[in-house]
Design a protein. Sequence first.
Length: 135
Amino acid sequence: MKKVVPSERLRRELDDVLAAIGEEQDPIEAVARLGARLILQQALEDEVTEFVGRGRYERAGGGEEVIYRNGFAEPSTVRTTSGPTVIERPRVRDATAVGFESQVLGKGVARTHALEALVICNFLRGLSVRTSRPR
């Protein structure tokens, strides 16, 4: 029995949001967040498919060294400028031995470069937590 990949679950979630578009408080925000999450998840899955050289549940051709998928890691949160995004990173068995490292989200990436730049700029401007709270 084939398992449902995270990108397919996100597609179904997006379809549900689009079907109930009148019920959402802010439909543009809901669609944008799910769309961004879907694009990121699909990019990670496609990256592993390209590296392995075959799709999920496809058999490898003979003769070459066989590289195996190893499911998905626990869901992890990547902080972006539009808020936290939960993704599931696909795994490759013995990733370091076969030379795989994600180009989309490198090892240990938990926030985007844009978010880091935003935090640094706010720090340089002198923004602090105390001055940003309403009184």
